[in-house]
Design a protein around this ligand. Structure first.
Ligand SMILES: [Zn+2]
Length: 89
């Protein structure tokens, strides 16, 4: 069971959260100019690293805020909780 650090509520059990996938996948600047392969890439293709991965979570059973964390995909260590839009890299 993961303990996820909500930036507003502190450490909580993972059952209070919903996973939002890879963080910072940029929406196409001009959606009308995007062809089908590029839409497929945007919608479905995500990095799958062995190591640190930046991802989104929402605290559904708490403050209902979205935020990002870095999670290690091997050790499940979680660090750097950040509200979306603040200090985003
Ligand atoms: Zn929270």
């Amino acid at each position: 069971m993961l303990s996820i650090p909500c930036p507003w509520c502190g450490d909580r059990d993972e059952t209070e959260f919903r996973y939002g996938g890879e963080a910072e996948v940029a929406y196409p600047a001009d959606p009308d100019a995007v062809d089908d392969p590029a839409w497929r890439e945007y919608l479905f293709v995500r990095a799958n690293p062995k190591g640190w991965f930046k991802e989104r979570w929402v605290h559904t059973a708490g403050c209902r805020q979205w935020f990002t964390v870095h999670r290690h995909t091997v050790t499940y260590e979680i660090r750097d909780p950040q509200p979306i839009g603040e200090g985003a890299r």
